[in-house]
Design a protein around this ligand. Structure first.
Ligand code: ADP
Length: 543
């Protein structure tokens, strides 16, 4: 049938136009390296993003060229998120915590042509300078000092406003606007290219009440790094909605973050669970020091959020909603809330539901496939979680050898072991590489950690499978004791064994509980189980 709707392309340009025209006075606040707060607006971001686009075109950017960023979260990074695509380029966020060799490899693989670089990160760039095809580098003077010699000044690039006849490029909505590499927690980093269409649909999905629940009136502290996993889509969603943005720059310690949450009267923030653990600890040890807005709510994602953390944060005035996602999914996959039809559940059961990965976002479909190729919907049988949808990657950038991550019938194989119950709730048991294979059965490290971290004397805990001569693998729990807790290690070990024994079958219990100073973290603050396994690789089981 003809005469339906306009074939209007979904692009980031309409989000940029909307932010600039409808919300020009809404603030974007950025923490600078000297701790000061820089105040700007969507109006300024709009003008500067368009100036950046025009500047990049003058510098010779061709459609599809990759422009990398090596930056913290701040206004100029938001400009790049919009200005690079507005020039017809692809903004490629480099992870500033990677080594020079890793950055060389990624910048080469992506074919980055230009780089926008924070002045405070020039040292990181020097480690791979000259080893990749980057032709020109503009340095953002975030610390207010002059740009180091030998570098061009980003302020000059955006200093000349876009000409009045500036036009956005005519792009197909399926063309790439942004790009990000997986952080390589479980292998070689892989490039994911986000299309305009995916970014727009993702912005709509995450904004929903049963998503991240953000709106125009919110003030959002974006703690999740802009260099990781498309920053959970928050810069684009916030610009679309006209949400005030608060960007923490290089300061991700709990005290600096609480200063922002209190000082800016934040109503929303997004971060991985380890950040929420740190924030909860500060609030507990300094009651009354910071004020949390009664409207404050938050997303905790990127790793499993223990039930005890949800409860603990709730007592401190922070309502956490869990979310599961992946770089390959732009990255939102699921989010957890109690459906109205489950309102009759008791408080403990509701808490359990809230700690799950949850219900898929609109337009995301999920299924669990058991090793015999059957889909399982009973909430008990674990299998591989597979997903599909308009903001799920169809392949990795320039990596045909990773084609086996997609099934013949068009689903993306997440590499997570999960269950889905009849209500549609997804529960992540583990990453395939972290699941503990004991005597032909699987043990979920996430489930054990959830219980261990429920003990009031436990600061954090991670469970890993270590090789065992008889059972293939057996679980070892690494536990960090809270500071200033009187309980001895021996007592705590006994209490933890009792706590676990009440919830798990005997064969699922860890064979060893060891106390450590800290659990190693990945570049984005998740527990790094591969490092823990490496640390304990020579572990001798008793008996
Ligand atoms: P990386 O593999 O480097 O951590 P991503 O940041 O893309 O890369 O993380 C995706 C992975 O993080 C998922 O495959 C899953 O294993 C884990 N993850 C994300 N959210 C959750 C969650 N809510 N619960 C459990 N695991 C999660």
């Amino acid at each position: 049938m003809r005469g339906t709707m306009m074939p209007f392309p979904l692009t980031l340009f309409s989000i940029l136009e909307r932010a600039g025209k409808l919300f020009p006075k809404v603030e974007i606040v950025s923490r600078r390296p000297d701790h000061s707060l820089h105040r700007s607006t969507y109006g300024e971001m709009y003008r500067r993003a368009r100036a950046l686009a025009a500047g990049l075109q003058r510098a010779g950017l061709k459609p599809g060229d990759r422009v990398a960023t090596l930056s913290w979260n701040h206004r100029e990074h938001v400009e790049a998120y919009f200005g690079v695509p507005a020039a017809g380029g692809i903004v490629h966020t480099l992870n500033l915590r990677l080594s020079g060799d890793e950055l060389t490899q990624i910048a080469r693989h992506a074919g980055d042509r230009f780089l926008i670089l924070d002045d405070v990160l020039v040292g990181s760039y020097e480690k791979f300078r000259g080893k990749c095809p980057i032709e020109r580098v503009w340095v953002v003077p975030t610390s207010g000092k002059s740009v180091p010699s030998g570098y061009e000044n980003y302020e000059e690039l955006v200093g000349e406003p876009a000409p009045s006849d500036f036009r956005y490029p005519e792009v197909d909505e399926n063309e790439a606007a942004a790009m990000c590499y997986t952080s390589g927690t479980t292998g070689q980093p892989k490039g994911v290219a986000y299309s305009h269409r995916a970014l727009v649909l993702h912005s709509l999905a995450v904004s929903l009440v049963q998503g991240f629940e953000i709106g125009q009136g919110d003030t959002a502290v974006v703690i999740v790094p802009m260099f990781h996993a498309n920053c959970w889509g928050l810069p684009q969603a916030a610009a679309m909605l006209g949400t005030k943005l608060v960007l923490p720059g290089p300061y991700l310690d709990p005290v600096s973050l609480l200063e922002l949450i209190d000082g800016e009267r934040a109503t929303y923030a997004a971060a991985v669970p380890t950040i929420w653990m740190g924030i909860a600890e500060q609030l507990e040890t300094h009651p009354g020091k910071w004020e949390i807005s009664p409207e404050f709510h938050a997303t905790s994602g990127g790793a499993a959020t223990p039930e005890a953390l949800i409860e603990r944060c709730e007592r401190l005035g922070i309502e956490l909603r869990c979310s599961w996602g992946m770089t390959e999914m732009t990255p939102a996959g699921t989010t957890s809330y109690v459906k109205s039809t489950l309102d009759g559940l008791g408080p403990q059961e509701k808490l359990r539901v809230r700690s799950l990965a949850g219900i898929p976002f609109p337009m995301v479909e999920a299924r669990v496939m058991t090793p015999d190729g059957e889909a399982a919907w009973d909430g008990k049988t674990p299998g591989e979680l597979q997903v599909r949808g308009p903001f799920v990657a169809e392949s990795y950038y320039n990596m045909p050898e990773a084609g086996d991550r997609w099934t013949g019938d068009g689903w993306f194989r997440t590499g997570d072991v999960a269950t889905i119950d009849a209500e549609g709730y997804v529960r992540i048991a583990d990453r395939t590489k972290d699941v503990i294979k004991s005597g032909g059965e699987w043990i979920s490290s996430v489930a054990l950690e959830n219980v261990l971290m429920g003990h009031p004397a436990v600061k954090e805990a991670a469970v890993v499978g270590l090789p065992h001569p008889k059972w293939q693998e057996r679980p070892l729990a690494a536990v960090v004791k809270k500071d200033g807790v009187g309980t001895s290690e021996e007592e705590l070990r006994r209490e933890l064994v009792a706590l676990l024994a009440a919830k798990f079958a005997k064969w699922q219990l860890p064979d060893a509980i060891v106390f450590v100073e800290a659990i190693p973290r990945t570049s984005v603050g998740k527990f790094m189980k591969s490092r823990l396994r490496e640390e304990f690789k020579d572990w001798k089981w008793e008996g």
